[in-house]
Structures are given as C-alpha cells and as structure tokens.
Design a protein around this ligand. Structure first.
Ligand SMILES: [Zn+2]
Length: 145
C-alpha cells in the first residue's frame, strides 16, 4: 500500500499527541484497515512506553509507587527510624551510667544487664548498616525495572 509511508509519519505524531483532529481521524481510519501499520503502531507504542518509563517516568503511570519510593519519603522514614534509635541509645546510656553510679546492686546482675545493653547496641548498628545499604541500592533498582 503506497500511502503507508505517509501514515508512518502520522504514527509518530499520534504517539506524541501532535496531530490535528483530521490527521488523527485519518490515521485511526488507516490503522483499522491496514494490519501491517497496526502492527507497526503497536511496536512503536511499546517502544515509546519503554522510553518514557526510562526517562520521564510519567506520573500518571504509578503515582502511588512513586510517592512511596520518592527520596523525600525515604528520607522521612530514615529520619523516623534514626530518631527512635537515638532515643533508645540515650536511654540505654543513661541506664548504664546510673548503674555504674549505683554501688548497692551486686556486680553479677550488672554484668548481665550490661551484656544485654551491649548486645542490643550491636544489633542496632547492624540494622542501621542494613538500612544504609538498602538506601544506596534502591535508586538503581528503580532504573532496572
Ligand atoms: Zn498501512
């Protein structure tokens, strides 16, 4: 079909939403009749979608996912986490300090409590480290999809 070449130009315009109503009608009319162009248009549509997902990531596609994954949101979650951990550390250090001053309590329970506190802090550091690693990896994961 000799008119197909002309419609190929219109397909690009259709993808970018740059057509006049007349052109739009013409290309739609042709697409319903010409299987070859329809196939080609589907292919262009697919490529166009992939391109947009890589570059602009259209907001209407996945508004909720983007909001949840946005750096601001991640920052907020991390801040909340660190604030809670900071509170724990302050309380634990205060407990240790008070325990050191207190000479009435026998030594063995003190050692036990100190071991619990130190163990908790080690776990805390592990959790923080894990959060940091996840934080660093996340942005790249998004691009891979
Ligand atoms: Zn055609």
């Amino acid at each position: 079909m000799c008119s197909c070449e002309r419609f190929r130009q219109l397909m690009m315009g259709l993808l970018d939403d740059e057509l006049t109503p007349e052109e739009r009608t013409a290309i739609n009319d042709h697409l319903t009749r010409c299987a070859q162009c329809r196939e080609e248009y589907q292919e262009l549509l697919k490529q166009d979608k992939e391109l947009k997902m890589l570059s602009i990531r259209e907001p209407e596609d996945e508004v909720l996912a983007r909001l949840w994954k946005s750096p601001y949101n991640r920052f907020t979650r991390l801040t909340g986490l660190f604030t809670i951990m900071f509170g724990w550390v302050v309380l634990l250090l205060y407990g240790l300090y008070e325990m050191g001053r207190d000479t009435a309590t026998p030594v063995i329970p003190k050692i036990g409590i100190a071991a619990l506190v130190i163990g908790f802090m080690v776990l805390l550091v592990l959790v923080i480290r894990e959060r940091f690693i996840t934080y660093k990896i996340d942005p790249y994961r998004e691009v891979e999809r």
